[in-house]
Write a protein that binds this ligand. Structure first.
Ligand code: SAH
Ligand code: SF4
Length: 359
């Protein structure tokens, strides 16, 4: 048993007790574990159906497994889920969840509801190391990456609480998903797997601040998921100031990686651009953005900046400035959408997630 081979990821395995953490196991891991137990391979798929599709988190309820197997699983493979500390509901129906993990660290995630269509916005790290000027998560610093099971736990519990499947998942909560790439890719493989959650590639989106090696890996990833890039400034001078990560991965390198992603996947990229008054909302920057993105044919999401307590000096753009910015994009025949704010009354909108982990 000690030599049980589990795929390269770090997963929670206690050598002394032979205990496993169920959500840390991929389908392949389950199959290897069951082979080790002399159980039929298809049993792995059955357990995964219960956990991922039916949200059955107790082995007692897994009625097509033998009592013997259920007992062994209960003793050795723990289905560990985050603890829900709080649930808040916005007046627009957006829900925000606060979760706590084994080491007491906490993250938030958000469930958006667009006319019955639901999207889970999931966190990938406790805090974020990238410190973007406009983002509340960035202001809390970085504690650690979430494990595969902690990321999946947020989504599966949200589905359980929701009472039915959630249509989309976006890695747009706290943290930079492409700095936690191995775990995020492992999560996506399991969500997409027909024997597990069977969520289509088109329903999965990674949002990144522009981690070039991660975007290149995404271009080669076997599941053609969607990509959103947080741009927020169309030149290196301004972007260096707003997003320090730009110093490591400047715009030209970033655009090349985006082109590669587009060429390899054929997928249209979404560009996120938060309009901050008198900072990045000058009409000239709309023209500069159009030139920068020439040939990429992205879809542009303009987000009215969501105010954050750590930067009271940053304000949402005036309506007239927003209109002028939009008019410039329209005149250039660039496709964009001015996003409606969601969940700002409960600090659940983009960039507003942060926890005081010492609370
Ligand atoms: N780290 C990733 C994903 C999490 S941030 C990234 O940066 O893309 C989720 C989204 O919220 C990103 O598009 C980010 O740029 C945006 N965002 C951050 N702070 C914001 C704010 N105050 N107002 C509007 N959008 C913000
Ligand atoms: Fe991190 Fe994204 Fe916030 Fe920047 S915008 S600090 S990358 S979470």
């Amino acid at each position: 048993m000690k030599n049980l081979y589990i795929t390269g990821r770090k997963f929670l395995f206690n050598m002394n007790n032979n205990n496993y953490d169920a959500l840390e196991l991929s389908l392949n891991d389950w199959e290897l574990l069951f082979a080790n137990w002399n159980e039929a391979k298809f049993r792995a798929g059955q357990v995964c159906q219960w956990i991922y599709a039916k949200k059955e988190f107790s082995y007692n309820g897994m009625s097509n497994l033998s009592l013997n197997l259920r007992g062994k699983l209960s003793e050795q493979v723990f289905i560990t889920l985050p603890i829900m500390i709080r649930q808040q509901v916005s007046k627009d129906g957006t829900k925000k969840f606060l979760w706590q993990f084994n080491d007491n660290s906490r993250v938030e995630s958000v469930l958006l509801n667009h006319g019955g269509h639901k999207t889970a916005c999931i966190s990938s790290q406790v805090g974020c190391p990238l410190n973007c000027a406009f983002c509340y998560t960035g202001s809390m610093g970085f504690t650690r990456n979430l494990t595969r099971g902690e990321i999946l736990g947020q989504f599966l519990l949200m589905e359980k609480i929701n009472g039915s499947d959630i249509n989309n998942i976006v890695f747009m909560g706290m943290g930079e998903p492409l700095l936690n790439e191995a775990n995020i890719f492992s999560v996506i493989r399991s969500l997409n797997d027909k024997k597990m959650r069977n969520l289509g590639a088109r329903h999965i989106t990674i949002s990144t601040s522009g981690i070039v090696p991660g975007i290149e890996d995404l271009a080669d990833f076997e599941i053609p998921i969607r990509l959103s890039l947080s741009l927020h400034a169309p030149n290196d001078f301004l972007r260096n100031k707003l997003m320090p990560v730009n110093k490591q991965y400047p715009l030209q390198k970033l655009i090349n990686a985006l082109r590669r992603y587009k060429d390899r996947t054929g997928e249209r990229i979404t560009i996120e651009y938060a309009l901050i008054n008198n900072i990045n909302d000058d009409v000239s920057l709309a023209y500069e953005m159009a030139a920068l993105l020439d040939g990429l044919e992205p879809y542009i999401n303009l987000i009215p900046f969501n105010p954050i307590p750590s930067r009271p000096d940053l304000k949402r753009s005036d309506n007239t400035r927003i209109k002028e910015f939009c008019a410039a994009l329209s005149s250039l025949k660039i496709e964009y959408e001015l996003r409606k704010e969601r969940g700002t009354d409960i600090m659940a909108a983009c960039g507003q997630l942060a926890i005081n982990n010492r609370a």
